[in-house]
Design a protein around this ligand. Sequence first.
Ligand SMILES: CC(C)(COP(=O)(O)OP(=O)(O)OC[C@H]1O[C@@H](n2cnc3c(N)ncnc32)[C@H](O)[C@@H]1OP(=O)(O)O)[C@@H](O)C(=O)NCCC(=O)NCCS
Length: 182
Amino acid sequence: MTDPVTDGTAAAGKPTAASRTTLSHIMTHNDTNLLGTVHGGVVMKLVDDAAGAVAGRHSGGPAVTASMDEMVFLVPVRVGDLVHVHAQCNWTGRTSMEIGVKVMAERWNESAPPTHVGSAYLVFAAVDEQGRPRPVPPVIPENEDDRRRRQEAQIRRTHRLARRRAIRELRESRIAEGLDVA
Ligand SMILES: CC(C)(COP(=O)(O)OP(=O)(O)OC[C@H]1O[C@@H](n2cnc3c(N)ncnc32)[C@H](O)[C@@H]1OP(=O)(O)O)[C@@H](O)C(=O)NCCC(=O)NCCS
Protein backbone atom coordinates (compact mmCIF):
# COMPACT_ATOMS: atom_id res chain seq x y z
CA MET A 1 0.00 0.00 0.00
CA THR A 2 1.39 3.46 -0.91
CA ASP A 3 1.86 6.04 1.83
CA PRO A 4 1.74 9.68 0.58
CA VAL A 5 3.71 10.97 3.57
CA THR A 6 6.58 8.49 3.48
CA ASP A 7 6.82 8.22 -0.31
CA GLY A 8 7.02 12.02 -0.63
CA THR A 9 3.95 12.49 -2.86
CA ALA A 10 1.75 14.14 -0.21
CA ALA A 11 0.54 17.70 -0.71
CA ALA A 12 2.16 20.27 1.59
CA GLY A 13 1.38 19.15 5.10
CA LYS A 14 1.50 20.56 8.59
CA PRO A 15 3.92 19.38 11.26
CA THR A 16 2.49 17.77 14.38
CA ALA A 17 3.71 20.65 16.56
CA ALA A 18 1.65 23.19 14.62
CA SER A 19 -1.58 21.94 16.22
CA ARG A 20 -0.43 20.16 19.41
CA THR A 21 -2.45 21.53 22.35
CA THR A 22 -2.73 21.27 26.14
CA LEU A 23 -5.94 22.17 27.97
CA SER A 24 -5.71 22.57 31.77
CA HIS A 25 -8.58 22.57 34.24
CA ILE A 26 -8.97 22.43 38.05
CA MET A 27 -11.60 19.93 39.16
CA THR A 28 -14.31 21.20 41.51
CA HIS A 29 -17.18 19.72 43.53
CA ASN A 30 -19.46 20.31 40.51
CA ASP A 31 -17.49 17.63 38.65
CA THR A 32 -18.02 14.69 41.03
CA ASN A 33 -19.92 11.40 40.83
CA LEU A 34 -21.67 9.65 43.74
CA LEU A 35 -18.32 8.33 45.03
CA GLY A 36 -16.93 11.87 45.33
CA THR A 37 -14.34 11.42 42.59
CA VAL A 38 -14.54 13.13 39.22
CA HIS A 39 -17.23 11.90 36.82
CA GLY A 40 -15.83 10.17 33.72
CA GLY A 41 -18.06 12.29 31.49
CA VAL A 42 -16.38 15.47 32.78
CA VAL A 43 -13.00 14.10 31.69
CA MET A 44 -14.47 12.98 28.34
CA LYS A 45 -15.75 16.51 27.71
CA LEU A 46 -12.25 17.90 28.30
CA VAL A 47 -10.81 15.22 26.01
CA ASP A 48 -13.29 16.14 23.25
CA ASP A 49 -12.60 19.87 23.74
CA ALA A 50 -8.81 19.45 23.52
CA ALA A 51 -9.03 17.10 20.54
CA GLY A 52 -11.45 19.48 18.82
CA ALA A 53 -9.00 22.36 19.24
CA VAL A 54 -6.25 20.26 17.61
CA ALA A 55 -8.55 19.18 14.75
CA GLY A 56 -9.63 22.77 14.12
CA ARG A 57 -6.05 24.02 14.13
CA HIS A 58 -4.70 21.23 11.95
CA SER A 59 -7.48 21.46 9.37
CA GLY A 60 -7.73 25.26 9.49
CA GLY A 61 -11.49 25.32 10.08
CA PRO A 62 -14.44 23.53 11.66
CA ALA A 63 -14.20 19.84 12.48
CA VAL A 64 -16.69 17.48 14.14
CA THR A 65 -16.17 14.41 16.33
CA ALA A 66 -16.86 11.31 14.22
CA SER A 67 -15.83 8.74 16.84
CA MET A 68 -14.13 8.34 20.18
CA ASP A 69 -12.58 5.00 21.04
CA GLU A 70 -10.18 3.32 23.45
CA MET A 71 -11.08 5.86 26.17
CA VAL A 72 -9.41 4.43 29.25
CA PHE A 73 -9.56 5.70 32.82
CA LEU A 74 -6.51 4.44 34.68
CA VAL A 75 -6.69 6.24 38.04
CA PRO A 76 -9.53 8.27 39.64
CA VAL A 77 -9.33 12.06 39.36
CA ARG A 78 -10.12 13.94 42.58
CA VAL A 79 -11.58 17.32 43.46
CA GLY A 80 -8.79 19.93 43.47
CA ASP A 81 -6.67 18.04 40.94
CA LEU A 82 -5.15 20.17 38.20
CA VAL A 83 -5.85 18.16 35.06
CA HIS A 84 -3.78 18.65 31.90
CA VAL A 85 -5.20 17.24 28.66
CA HIS A 86 -2.47 16.85 26.03
CA ALA A 87 -3.69 16.33 22.45
CA GLN A 88 -2.02 15.94 19.08
CA CYS A 89 -2.88 14.88 15.55
CA ASN A 90 -1.56 11.33 15.07
CA TRP A 91 -2.79 10.56 11.57
CA THR A 92 -4.66 12.13 8.68
CA GLY A 93 -6.79 10.58 5.97
CA ARG A 94 -8.49 12.47 3.15
CA THR A 95 -10.99 14.37 5.30
CA SER A 96 -10.49 12.81 8.75
CA MET A 97 -7.86 13.06 11.47
CA GLU A 98 -7.07 10.82 14.42
CA ILE A 99 -6.31 12.85 17.54
CA GLY A 100 -4.52 11.15 20.42
CA VAL A 101 -5.19 12.48 23.91
CA LYS A 102 -3.31 11.85 27.16
CA VAL A 103 -4.79 13.05 30.45
CA MET A 104 -2.45 13.86 33.34
CA ALA A 105 -3.42 14.99 36.86
CA GLU A 106 -1.39 16.93 39.38
CA ARG A 107 -2.64 16.29 42.93
CA TRP A 108 -3.44 19.52 44.73
CA ASN A 109 -1.74 18.34 47.94
CA GLU A 110 1.32 16.51 46.59
CA SER A 111 4.44 17.95 44.98
CA ALA A 112 4.90 14.85 42.84
CA PRO A 113 5.13 14.39 39.07
CA PRO A 114 1.74 14.38 37.28
CA THR A 115 -0.09 11.02 37.20
CA HIS A 116 -1.26 9.54 33.90
CA VAL A 117 -5.01 9.17 34.55
CA GLY A 118 -6.40 8.36 31.12
CA SER A 119 -6.12 8.47 27.36
CA ALA A 120 -8.27 8.26 24.25
CA TYR A 121 -8.24 8.29 20.47
CA LEU A 122 -10.77 10.38 18.57
CA VAL A 123 -11.53 10.71 14.88
CA PHE A 124 -12.57 14.16 13.70
CA ALA A 125 -13.89 14.97 10.25
CA ALA A 126 -13.15 18.43 8.86
CA VAL A 127 -16.36 19.93 7.49
CA ASP A 128 -17.37 22.90 5.36
CA GLU A 129 -20.16 25.39 6.13
CA GLN A 130 -22.78 22.85 5.00
CA GLY A 131 -21.32 20.16 7.28
CA ARG A 132 -19.86 18.21 4.34
CA PRO A 133 -16.42 16.58 4.78
CA ARG A 134 -13.57 18.67 3.32
CA PRO A 135 -9.92 17.69 2.67
CA VAL A 136 -7.29 18.10 5.40
CA PRO A 137 -3.53 18.66 4.98
CA PRO A 138 -1.41 15.60 5.77
CA VAL A 139 0.17 15.65 9.22
CA ILE A 140 3.98 15.55 9.09
CA PRO A 141 5.45 13.51 11.96
CA GLU A 142 8.53 15.18 13.44
CA ASN A 143 10.20 12.51 15.53
CA GLU A 144 10.15 8.76 16.22
CA ASP A 145 7.32 9.09 18.78
CA ASP A 146 5.17 10.86 16.17
CA ARG A 147 6.03 8.22 13.57
CA ARG A 148 5.13 5.39 15.99
CA ARG A 149 1.82 7.11 16.85
CA ARG A 150 1.07 7.49 13.15
CA GLN A 151 1.73 3.79 12.51
CA GLU A 152 -0.44 2.77 15.49
CA ALA A 153 -3.21 5.11 14.32
CA GLN A 154 -3.14 3.44 10.90
CA ILE A 155 -3.67 0.06 12.63
CA ARG A 156 -6.66 1.48 14.56
CA ARG A 157 -8.05 2.96 11.33
CA THR A 158 -7.80 -0.43 9.58
CA HIS A 159 -9.56 -2.14 12.50
CA ARG A 160 -12.32 0.52 12.69
CA LEU A 161 -13.12 0.10 9.00
CA ALA A 162 -13.00 -3.72 9.21
CA ARG A 163 -15.27 -3.75 12.27
CA ARG A 164 -17.81 -1.41 10.66
CA ARG A 165 -17.80 -3.49 7.46
CA ALA A 166 -18.20 -6.79 9.35
CA ILE A 167 -21.13 -5.48 11.41
CA ARG A 168 -22.83 -4.01 8.33
CA GLU A 169 -22.47 -7.33 6.50
CA LEU A 170 -23.82 -9.28 9.49
CA ARG A 171 -26.85 -6.98 9.71
CA GLU A 172 -27.49 -7.28 5.97
CA SER A 173 -27.26 -11.08 6.09
CA ARG A 174 -29.64 -11.28 9.10
CA ILE A 175 -32.15 -9.14 7.20
CA ALA A 176 -31.71 -11.34 4.09
CA GLU A 177 -32.39 -14.46 6.24
CA GLY A 178 -35.54 -12.84 7.63
CA LEU A 179 -34.16 -12.80 11.21
CA ASP A 180 -34.35 -8.98 11.46
CA VAL A 181 -36.39 -6.31 9.70
CA ALA A 182 -34.69 -3.54 7.70
C1 LIG B 1 -18.58 12.65 10.64
C2 LIG B 1 -19.42 12.99 9.40
C3 LIG B 1 -19.09 14.40 8.92
C4 LIG B 1 -19.03 11.95 8.32
O1 LIG B 1 -19.83 12.25 7.20
P1 LIG B 1 -20.08 11.18 6.03
O2 LIG B 1 -21.13 11.73 5.16
O3 LIG B 1 -20.25 9.82 6.62
O4 LIG B 1 -18.73 11.29 5.22
P2 LIG B 1 -17.63 10.20 4.88
O5 LIG B 1 -18.15 8.81 4.86
O6 LIG B 1 -16.95 10.72 3.65
O7 LIG B 1 -16.62 10.33 6.11
C5 LIG B 1 -15.74 11.43 6.21
C6 LIG B 1 -14.47 10.95 6.90
O8 LIG B 1 -14.79 10.62 8.26
C7 LIG B 1 -14.44 9.27 8.51
N1 LIG B 1 -15.45 8.70 9.39
C8 LIG B 1 -16.79 8.79 9.24
N2 LIG B 1 -17.41 8.14 10.25
C9 LIG B 1 -16.43 7.62 11.02
C10 LIG B 1 -16.43 6.83 12.20
N3 LIG B 1 -17.56 6.43 12.81
N4 LIG B 1 -15.24 6.47 12.73
C11 LIG B 1 -14.10 6.85 12.13
N5 LIG B 1 -14.03 7.60 11.02
C12 LIG B 1 -15.18 7.97 10.47
C13 LIG B 1 -14.42 8.59 7.15
O9 LIG B 1 -13.59 7.45 7.16
C14 LIG B 1 -13.87 9.70 6.28
O10 LIG B 1 -12.46 9.80 6.45
P3 LIG B 1 -11.43 9.98 5.20
O11 LIG B 1 -12.01 11.01 4.27
O12 LIG B 1 -10.18 10.49 5.85
O13 LIG B 1 -11.28 8.65 4.55
C15 LIG B 1 -20.95 12.88 9.69
O14 LIG B 1 -21.26 11.54 10.00
C16 LIG B 1 -21.39 13.79 10.80
O15 LIG B 1 -21.60 14.98 10.58
N6 LIG B 1 -21.59 13.22 12.03
C17 LIG B 1 -22.00 14.01 13.15
C18 LIG B 1 -20.77 14.66 13.80
C19 LIG B 1 -21.15 15.42 15.06
O16 LIG B 1 -22.13 16.13 15.07
N7 LIG B 1 -20.33 15.27 16.10
C20 LIG B 1 -20.61 15.84 17.36
C21 LIG B 1 -21.49 14.90 18.13
S1 LIG B 1 -22.64 15.74 19.14
